[in-house]
Write a protein that binds this ligand. Structure first.
Ligand SMILES: Cc1cc2nc3c(=O)[nH]c(=O)nc-3n(C[C@H](O)[C@H](O)[C@H](O)COP(=O)(O)O)c2cc1C
Length: 378
């Protein structure tokens, strides 16, 4: 009888085993496949992350998250940020980040900062650093057809590349386990990738390869600073905040051509941002964006998008609530090796113990997500 009970329990606990196997990227071994997705919280007054931010990340680490990717944290450049309550990744903020790393390491977690430059996606109400300095962008557009200023000069480009490289070096010195470069969602790096906002006719525009060069420069500069063994993760997306239907790559061939130079420049893992992880990327195959990325580059990939929830995150900002959803399909895909790691956003924002509950089969305790969860750092 006792044996039957034990078998039952192990089956229950073992359902999601594939998620709880260790995984190694360069010199970093993660205890499992669960990644906390980067989520801007704007709760760092003066752009310095305080003890409450450190405790917020620690709670996720002590509840079995394998790798935390921090909220976007802005590189050292006058117009890199969109809100003064978003944490910087330079100056006084570094002491705050050091405390975050110590708290996460104290409970056995791993953590990477998401290095970010918002480009022309900067708020216009003056609650930004250096409000009088014009925003940076490849061709002076904030969205397709909407011009606000001048294209970045070569000097501007060099100084942003330097900002990312310095950020990466500081990350390593402070003790972070890896870095993630934010190349997604229509922010600066993605503005260079995207034809609709990049009309340059110099080395940084005019063809898909040239539009990718800014990111390649950043990855190469970062790799030089952090050395060979330190993991560099690169986040990208097809969709843009300015256009959810935008595509950088319409075919697997185009995706392969987009990714190859980044991979060659030193990216170790790609974080492939989708709003719904189950959506196939191209016709004729079930593979999602992370699946294709792994297949085309041979590099580890991270999926994301509505894991453990019924609704996606843009609708959540508009007030739609999402119920907890089963993750069996997701786990089956990890088991098949379609992708290697799984990033979880809102489910982990609303419940610090999400990963532990999944591991222990406590699915009846999983919470829905509502917009109110954004109000606090619980
Ligand atoms: C409150 C909030 C803030 C976010 N901030 C960032 C960010 O700073 N950087 C980023 O790359 N993505 C950001 N995202 C997107 C998430 O990383 C993730 O891709 C998205 O929420 C989908 O995952 P989910 O459905 O599990 O929430 C944010 C999402 C939310 C909900």
């Amino acid at each position: 009888m006792a044996d039957v009970l034990a078998a039952d329990m192990s089956t229950k606990a073992g359902v999601h085993d594939a998620l709880f196997r260790p995984y190694t990227i360069r010199d970093l071994t993660l205890r499992n496949r669960i990644v906390m997705a980067p989520m801007t919280r704007s709760k760092s007054p003066g752009s310095v992350p305080g003890p409450d931010v450190a405790a917020y990340y620690r709670r996720r680490a002590e509840n079995e998250v394998g790798l935390i990717v921090t909220e976007g944290t802005t590189v050292d450049h006058p117009v890199s940020s969109m809100d003064v309550d978003i944490p910087n990744f330079y100056g006084d903020a570094l002491a705050g980040w050091r405390r975050v790393v110590e708290e996460v390491h104290a409970v056995g977690g791993a953590i990477a900062p998401q290095l970010w430059h918002v480009g022309s996606a900067r708020r216009a109400d003056g609650k930004v650093h250096n409000p009088d300095v014009p925003s940076a962008s490849p061709s002076g557009y904030s969205r397709p057809g909407k011009r606000f200023g001048d294209p970045m000069t070569d000097d501007d480009i060099r100084s942003v590349v330097r900002g990312f490289a310095d950020g990466a070096r500081n990350a390593r010195e402070i003790g972070f386990d890896a870095i993630e470069i934010h190349g997604a969602h229509g922010y600066l790096i993605d503005q260079f990738f995207w034809e609709a906002l990049n009309e340059r006719d110099d080395a940084y525009g005019g063809s898909a390869a040239a539009r990718g060069r800014f990111a390649v420069d950043i990855v190469e500069a970062v790799r030089k600073e952090v050395g060979d063994d330190y993991p560099i993760i690169f986040r990208f997306s097809q969709w843009k905040q300015q256009d959810y239907d935008a595509k950088l790559a319409r075919t697997p061939e185009e995706l392969g051509a987009f990714l190859a130079p980044l991979s060659a420049a030193g990216v170790d893992a790609f974080h492939c941002s989708q709003r719904r992880f189950w959506e196939p990327e191209f016709e004729g195959s079930d593979l999602n964006l992370a699946g294709w990325t792994k297949k085309l580059t041979g590099k580890p990939s991270i999926t994301v998008g509505s894991v453990g929830l019924t609704g996606e995150f843009i609708s959540a900002f508009a007030g739609e609530s999402s119920e907890a959803a089963p993750i069996d399909d997701l786990v089956a895909r990890v088991e098949r090796g379609e992708f290697d790691l799984v990033a979880v956003g809102r489910a982990l924002l609303v419940d610090a113990a999400w990963a532990r509950k999944i591991h222990e089969g406590r699915t009846d305790e999983l919470a829905p997500f509502t917009r109110e969860a954004l109000a606090t750092l619980s």
